[in-house]
Design a binder for this molecule. Structure first.
Ligand SMILES: NC(=O)c1ccc[n+]([C@@H]2O[C@H](COP(=O)([O-])OP(=O)(O)OC[C@H]3O[C@@H](n4cnc5c(N)ncnc54)[C@H](O)[C@@H]3O)[C@@H](O)[C@H]2O)c1
Length: 465
């Protein structure tokens, strides 16, 4: 639908132009087309989904509910997950049309597909997203944008060069409560902002509930803590197993360092291993630091000084991501920010503190120094001199923007800047030094050891763009 024609127009643009010329709405109502669930094929956005783990299904189900899009293909490296994806999609449409792919590059090469939803682990984001952009697919991609800042820059470049519409899975921006909090700050109601507190979860969260099973196998060794599972120990030898037949583990590890298969490090729990994820900090920074930046108007800027301290398990532990962390950031506008996990003085969510008051927001929580701000989902109109981008449904907003070619509520540049504080905080913690960051040129000043951590080596044959 979106492939370039010889005249340089995309097919999608041609349809929009043709519809406009005869003054018809681009999407005809169901009663006019004779379809109740699906619009006419020429007006549908054909979507492929890549990654069917924790987040792939809810994202996809939201797209299934939107009748100007058709989910036509699914891809996963785990045969069981792939089958579940195909079954879910076919059950919804009551047909057998959904195509199944093992290799995301084959799905992306399909001319039938206009857009993709990508929900693969963080260590795969750069390769899948840049290939999708090269193949001219619009992208609904997950946070954090990528595992390192250099990979994020590659995605931003590919999206910009190919004029791709990008939506990040930072869906909090499509919730009225977060917009209200950000608008309170942007409208100066708390006065001049002095400080922002961003509270994120700490520790490790066994998202597959499989740690007890491993601990049962380790019990004969007298081990009751996964921290004892380290290479070279008997516990490690018990934890390592053959990958299950349904999973293509070699490809799943992809560009990351090859490691023996341990099921507690794979689906969902890859987050707790720096080889594939970034721990709680990087899992959440794309949600709450994203909202913090929204309130500050910093979607295209960033901090200048970053200093972090954290508690880390051994680098070779089964789950090695930091369990408690505190990052202090200075922004050039004389604003300080603390991003912390596991500290009682920093509540989960985002709190902006200004000269005249404060406001705090979290999923399901809102509080403010002025009780009047707590009333209603939105600020009263007279206070909304600055109105932030409004979206009531994150997937709806993506499809609307695919059609209008206007930016989504969380474009790729926003995703990039929202996660930079987390990446730099982690680098500061790992190097034990304060980072001086030039946000305009996106460079660490001095500190070669920290500069090296802006990127990572890819395992052959994978190559970063
Ligand atoms: N926006 C949110 O609220 C939210 C919530 C959870 C996760 N996420 C993000 O979604 C992404 C996926 O996380 P998850 O928790 O669903 O992980 P997951 O491990 O549960 O699922 C990932 C799936 O991708 C598959 N996969 C891995 N590499 C692949 C490849 N190269 N090609 C095709 N399939 C591949 C895996 O087999 C697995 O089924 C992450 O970036 C995560 O940060 C976002």
């Amino acid at each position: 639908m979106k492939k370039k024609t010889s005249s340089g127009f995309s097919r999608r643009k041609f349809i929009a132009t043709a519809s406009a010329a005869i003054a018809l709405p681009l999407i005809l109502p169901g009663y006019a087309t004779g379809f109740t669930r699906r619009p006419r094929p020429s007006n549908r956005i054909n979507l492929g989904v890549i990654g069917w783990g924790l987040q792939g299904p809810p994202n996809t189900k939201s797209f299934l509910a939107l009748n100007d899009c058709q989910v036509v293909a699914a891809c996963d490296l785990d045969k069981n997950y792939l089958q579940d994806a195909v079954d879910t999609i076919n059950d919804y449409y009551q047909n057998t049309d959904c195509k199944a792919y093992h290799d995301y590059r084959e799905l992306l090469a399909s001319d039938e597909i206009d857009a993709v939803m990508i929900a693969v682990p963080d260590h795969w984001h750069e390769l899948v997203a840049t290939e999708a952009a090269r193949q001219n697919k619009d992208i609904y991609g997950e946070k954090p944008l990528a595992q390192t800042i250099t990979e994020q820059q590659a995605i931003v470049r590919a999206v910009q060069q190919n004029k791709i519409i990008w939506q990040t899975g930072s869906w909090q921006r499509s919730q009225a409560i977060f917009r209200k909090a950000a608008e309170i700050v942007r409208n100066g109601l708390i006065g001049e902002v002095l400080r922002v507190e961003v509270g994120l979860p700490a520790g490790h969260n066994d998202l597959t509930q499989t740690a007890p099973e491993l601990l049962r196998r380790l019990a004969p060794l007298g081990i009751d803590d996964l921290a004892a599972v380290r290479p070279g120990t008997p516990a490690w030898n018990i934890a390592v197993t053959k990958p299950p037949a349904e999973l293509d583990y070699e490809t799943w590890i992809g560009p990351s360092k090859m490691e023996p298969y341990i099921s507690q490090r794979i689906h969902r729990n890859w987050r707790w291993n720096y080889n594939t994820g970034g721990g709680q900090l990087m899992d959440w920074v794309g949600h709450h630091a994203d909202i913090a930046h929204w309130g500050l108007g910093f979607d295209n800027s960033g901090p200048s000084e970053i200093e972090g301290h954290g508690d880390f398990p051994a680098a070779d532990a089964l789950w090695n991501t930091c369990t408690k962390y505190r990052i202090e950031l200075k922004y050039p506008q004389n604003i300080t920010m603390t991003i912390a996990g596991g500290y009682d003085d920093i509540n989960l969510g985002v709190k902006w503190i200004g000269t005249d008051g404060w406001v705090w927001v979290n999923r399901g929580g809102f509080d403010a120094s002025n009780p009047a701000w707590k009333i209603g989902k939105s600020l009263p109109e007279e206070l909304r001199k600055v109105k932030l981008y409004e979206s009531a449904n994150h997937q709806r907003n993506f499809l609307d923007c695919v059609k209008s070619r206007q930016p989504t509520i969380t474009p790729v540049e926003t995703a990039h800047h929202s996660t930079i504080p987390g990446h730099l905080g982690l680098i500061s913690m790992l190097t034990g030094r304060k980072i001086n960051w030039d946000a305009a040129s996106e460079k660490i000043i001095g500190n070669p050891e920290a500069i090296r951590l802006l990127t990572r080596a890819y395992r052959a044959p994978w190559q970063m763009s």
